[in-house]
Write a new protein. Structure first.
Length: 162
């Protein structure tokens, strides 16, 4: 049995297909109660087995093909209601935008290019025990189309207008 200490996990250079079931808005869905903000992180099989051995709550999706192994993932809670809120940042050609509780839902529809995040693990004896994953910080770089890039400069004041 793993020790019941707080754990931390740094995940870098996650691609758009590595962030699953995005619900930063906390919308009620088939598998989600209203107000519960979360997403899942897809894990490579080796990392998933390591995290399972450490006591993290890792799940496996059903395989799409009979001869495949289903993808592993870990549900991450985005909690703004208790404790220290997560630090959420959107990165674009306009620079860095901090996202609070009222803005973070934009990540549900963002065209993600890359994600870096830190996840805190907190032990709980509920549901068979294990480390629940809670978002500490997330930096999301988005893809932008030609028009977004062209007009991004309009948001920056011209120094000559001064």
């Amino acid at each position: 049995m793993p020790e019941k200490e707080t754990k931390q996990l740094l995940l870098e250079n996650l691609g758009p297909r590595d962030i699953l079931f995005r619900n930063f808005a906390g919308v009620q869905k088939q598998y989600n109660d209203a107000g519960k903000r979360n997403f899942s992180v897809k894990l490579e099989p080796e990392m998933a087995r390591q995290l399972l051995a450490e006591g993290w709550r890792v799940k496996q999706l059903k395989a799409r093909e009979d001869d495949e192994e289903g993808d592993y993932h870990m549900k991450v809670t985005v909690n703004f209601s208790t404790g220290r809120p997560p630090h959420c940042v959107l990165l674009s050609s306009r620079g860095r935008t901090d996202l609070g509780m009222d803005e973070v839902m934009i990540l549900d529809v963002a065209d993600i290019k890359k994600v870096d995040c830190i996840i805190n693990g907190w032990w709980s004896d509920m549901a068979g025990g294990g480390y629940g994953a809670f978002l500490k910080s997330i930096f999301v770089t988005i893809n932008e189309d030609e028009l977004e890039l062209k007009y991004a400069a309009l948001d920056t004041p011209d120094p000559e207008d001064g």
